[in-house]
Design a protein around this ligand. Structure first.
Ligand code: PMP
Length: 409
């Protein structure tokens, strides 16, 4: 955050200079501003399902309100929700977690933030493979840590290799962040790849893995998305699994995420919650129980819809000379290599020298909004969401085709 020299009111803490507003929140605000000004925009920026929360989940929330479940709960979540989480984790990982190895918070985002707050001392390092979810580096720096960004390549499927991970580890490394399926690339680590990475971590006892699996149910593969704990159950206490109901059940606004890992860490996260938010929303927790216990019908149906949209967007983008999309294995984003367009010139004579210039050109020419690759630590790319109707996707692809064709290369 850029802080003016003099401000009315209390002076900001030094730590505020180490954090900026999330680029995705900023872009979402910008889209809303454009729409409010009456401009048509095609927001390929959407970071949440466009489906409504399933009815049985809403009904469970209403029933909880009527039953008086409207009071504080325990800081790390109600027994009912922790039970639903342990049942889900047993189904997914084969591991049976105790209730004190689970924490529930106001979204996966809050739990990742609190895990860093609970573990990072000044100068501790967190290995973050790029392209990365925009929030990890800021969450690390604001909590006193140092993000160690390691690049990946398209040829490696945008996944880190054991060699790269080994080379990045120092005496100060506390965490390695693994996000599978990945936002923004849609890459999913296979069991064999996870085994390679967990072998490296096993050899460095001061290193733990923060495994962000928030997109694991939005999976286009034939097998469930593997988890680091499944392949390395012996490292269970050194893996902090993070997940939630936001993406799988179209519940982003309900703000419920969960974590599983070392007993002390979940306890510490509970302590931090007890001194900040007190607990996650009681009503949302009741809704999350209904979601987790409610079967797979909603997930199977929505993944079917996402699959058709994914194919529509990927094939549309692939047909545009200058854009190279990667087909995602999970999540609802397509990662697009647009580096061939840097250095081109717009019809008004402006040279496209950065991702921001390119995004601006898309917006000006056809109202299409994308999130620039530099936000994810990987310039020369952009992220395009397909959590949108097929009609919007078709219009956006046509708009991008027009915008790209108009560039002089
Ligand atoms: N991790 C990743 C990779 C995400 O993309 C998001 C949401 N954009 C989150 C975590 C946070 O999800 P939640 O709504 O549970 O806070």
């Amino acid at each position: 955050m850029a802080i003016p020299e003099t401000l009315p009111g209390p002076a900001p803490a030094e730590r505020m200079s180490r954090v900026k507003e999330s680029p995705s929140s900023r872009v979402a605000d910008r889209v809303r501003d454009f729409q409010a000004a009456g401009r048509k925009v095609l927001p390929l920026t959407i970071g949440e399902p466009d489906f409504d929360t399933p009815d049985h989940v809403k009904e469970a929330a209403v029933a909880a309100i009527r039953a008086g479940e409207t009071k504080y709960t325990s800081a790390n979540g109600t027994p009912a929700l922790r039970r639903a989480v342990t049942a889900r984790l047993l189904r997914k990982t084969g591991q049976s977690y105790g209730h004190d190895e689970i924490c529930v918070g106001g979204g996966a985002k809050q739990l990742i933030f609190l895990a860093f707050m609970a573990t990072l001392d000044e100068g501790d390092e967190v290995v973050v493979p790029a392209p990365y979810w925009v929030s990890y580096p800021d969450m690390v720096t604001v909590n006193g840590g140092r993000p160690v960004i390691i690049g990946t390549t398209a040829a490696e499927g945008y996944k880190i290799t054991p060699e790269r991970l080994r080379a990045a580890i120092t005496d100060r490394t506390k965490w390695v962040v693994l996000n599978t399926p990945n936002n923004p690339t849609g890459a999913v680590y296979s069991e064999a790849e996870l085994r390679g990475l967990t072998d490296v971590v096993r050899a460095h006892p001061h290193v733990s893995i923060l495994c962000d699996e928030i997109y694991d149910e939005i999976n286009y593969g034939a097998q469930p998305v593997p988890s680091a704990v499944t392949v390395a159950p012996d490292l269970r206490e050194r893996v902090f699994l993070v997940n939630g109901v936001s993406k799988a059940y179209a519940m982003t606004g309900w703000r419920i995420g969960y974590g599983a890992g070392a007993r002390w860490l979940c306890g510490a996260i509970g302590t931090l919650q007890s001194q900040s938010s007190s607990c996650p929303s009681s009503v949302s927790q009741a809704a999350a129980v209904a979601a987790l216990d409610g079967g797979r019908e909603f997930i199977d149906r929505t993944v079917g819809v996402y699959t058709a949209r994914r194919d529509l967007l990927v094939s549309g983008l692939a047909a545009i000379d200058g854009l190279r999309p990667t087909t995602p294995e999970g999540g609802f984003y397509v990662w697009v290599d647009a580096s061939a367009l840097l250095g081109s010139v717009t019809p008004s004579g402006k040279e496209v020298t950065s991702d921001a210039d390119l995004a601006e050109h898309f917006l000006d020419t056809s109202g299409v909004v994308v999130i620039t690759g530099d936000s994810y630590g990987c310039p020369g790319h952009f992220r395009a969401s397909f959590a949108l109707s097929s009609e919007t996707i078709r219009e956006a692809v046509a708009g991008l085709a027009r915008a790209v064709e108009s560039l002089r290369r």
